[in-house]
Design a binder for this molecule. Sequence first.
Ligand code: CTP
Ligand code: CA
Length: 222
Amino acid sequence: LAVAPTRNDYAGRRLLITAGPTHEDLDPVRYLGNKSTGRMGIALAEAAAARGASVDLVLGPTELSTTDPGINLVPVRSAREMHAVCVALWPKADAAILSAAVADYRPASMAQQKIKKEDKPLRIDLVRNPDIAAELGEDKKPHQRLVGFALETENALENARGKLERKNLDLIVLNSPNDEGAAFGHTTNKIQLLDRDTVTAFELKPKRAVADDILDALAGRF
Ligand code: CTP
Ligand code: CA
């Protein structure tokens, strides 16, 4: 009989995790979204809870969810809602892992009625959303740790390290949509973990195992 070893290395720690996409409303029936399912972030939350953490999971609109009793699930819709919840929870957290695919832009205004088509191109003005990772990084206390994600289609290592530095992250998880079986919509992922001076490459594996690799790396940094 094989019994999984119970690690309790996150006992007493509080983790803030963001996951899933955000939806940015255009009119009462339309929104701008992205392909994130939240699966990686939910796996992180469940793995952390299994290791003893108390977890706040701020989850954007997606089909997937979790009923894990160790997880305080906070459903949100837009980037601004996710931002408000994260800013409120960050002071209580020992670490945050930001896996959400947050929309960088939202429509400058939401139409109160359904937009009607006309015989000319439609232009939509977009304005910048708050950068949750950058703000938490600015307010990071010496005892807190911050982990980000990066999905890059070119200059992956260089772009990911730039984000790590600009947002004051301790670790960044790089996954490439070009890797077979990795990132959006898959049950597996293949990551590289970067800190300021090292890169560690991992094999393709189920997202729960990837989550434990990320938590192993983070646990060593408190
Ligand atoms: N992030 C965030 N809030 C945002 C945008 C991104 O918290 N408004 C977080 C993501 O959750 C991720 C990290 O920042 O952990 C990097 O996100 P990414 O989209 O790769 O980086 P950006 O800084 O938005 O740069 P770009 O999209 O231009 O590559
Ligand atoms: Ca972005």
